[in-house]
Ligand binder design. Structure first.
Ligand code: Q9C
Ligand code: ZN
Length: 336
């Protein structure tokens, strides 16, 4: 499976996040990408597809904010990374704010997603990496490809960041594929619900979104990913959420996977986007499922069996030492 990556994705390195009421070291560190990259004999560099595919998914004002937020933050005389402290719970009006603190509140929904010096550059290239990995599939040169995206994307929506995500790499690739005439289904198997991706395609009848994740009753992002969220308007029935309890092992997980793949089949998809988080791993430091390395190979094999071209987009996974092996296992399963 050809892999894509750009070294500029490493420039994003926030120092800390708010966790259990205190500041802890940022879990989504650049060594995650480094360790996955090390498990590849060869990675292809990302091509630059420009801003347009990003703007097909994200609001221009939000993208402008991401580009300038760090500079604006520093211009106020502050040190460290930009992070908000006031979030509009009711009536989120898109006012034209001047103050960076107000913009941070408008364009984010949690305190896990600071904007550091390299955030824009890394996010931009993370999205280009997804588009590059997609292009080999669209060109018919490969049946599967891997986008080593980092920062991840699936919590980012049309005009917000959150959950370590700034630009929605999987959604950007899915939308690009749709515009090339493909019928796309996204399966998100990160431990956390992909609320941003769901939001982007919630009313869209063409792009199906299916997600297997920790029940949001107990886990981040809490407000989205419940089983009764099934899409809206023309997109009704094109969103499927399969929440699972903490402690889920592979046996229960595999049944959910079968159900998810049935839904993909019934959509009539001809291109499959897999949002892959390895935070379902038994040793993940911030998550509570019990998958093991070999289970990722079995997941890969099961997905390969549906016979569709697959774009794998990297999302979460925080047991850094095991991350390379877990990705390798998934891709080896896809291969045979
Ligand atoms: N106390 C991804 O896996 N913070 N994002 C959780 C736990 C946010 C995870 C805090 C977790 C976001 C891409
Ligand atoms: Zn996750």
């Amino acid at each position: 499976v050809p892999g894509y990556f750009d070294r500029r994705q490493l420039t994003h390195e926030p120092v800390q996040e708010l966790h259990n009421g205190g500041w802890t070291a940022y879990a989504e560190k650049s060594s995650r990408a480094q360790i996955i990259a090390n498990s590849f004999a060869e990675l292809r560099p990302a091509r630059d597809f420009g801003l347009e595919p990003l703007l097909n998914v994200h609001d221009r004002a939000y993208v402008e904010f991401l580009r300038s937020a760090y500079e604006e933050w520093r211009a106020t005389g502050r040190d460290g990374d930009a992070i908000g402290y006031t979030w509009p719970v009711v009536r989120r009006r898109r006012l034209d704010f001047d103050r960076i603190d107000a913009k941070l509140g408008l364009y984010s929904y949690d305190a896990a997603t600071p904007i550091a010096e390299g955030t824009w550059e890394a996010s931009y290239w993370s999205a280009q990496t997804a588009l590059s990995a997609l292009s080999v599939i669209l060109d018919g040169e490969a049946a599967a490809s891997f986008a080593l995206c980092r920062p991840p994307g699936h919590h980012s929506g049309p005009d917000y960041c959150g959950g370590y995500c700034y630009l929605n790499n999987a959604a950007i690739a899915a939308e690009q594929a749709r515009r090339s005439g493909r019928r796309v289904a996204i399966l998100d198997i990160d431990y956390h619900h992909g609320n941003g991706t769901q939001d982007i395609f919630y009313s869209d009848p063409d792009v199906m979104f299916v997600s297997i994740h920790a029940d949001p009753v107990t886990d981040y992002p809490f407000f989205w990913g419940h089983a009764d969220e099934r899409g809206a308007g023309p997109g009704e029935g094109k969103t499927l959420n399969l929440p699972l309890p903490r402690g889920t092992d592979f046996q229960a997980y595999y049944s959910a996977l079968a159900e998810a793949l049935d839904a993909v089949r019934s959509h009539g998809a001809d291109l499959f986007v897999l949002s892959f988080g390895a935070d379902t791993f038994e040793e993940d430091p911030i998550s509570h499922f019990r998958l093991r390395r070999d289970d990722y190979r079995a997941i890969g094999e099961r997905i390969a069996a549906i016979g569709l071209p697959v774009l794998v987009v990297m999302e979460g996974g925080y047991a850094v030492d095991a991350l390379g092996h877990n990705v390798e296992a998934l891709l080896s399963g896809l291969e045979d």
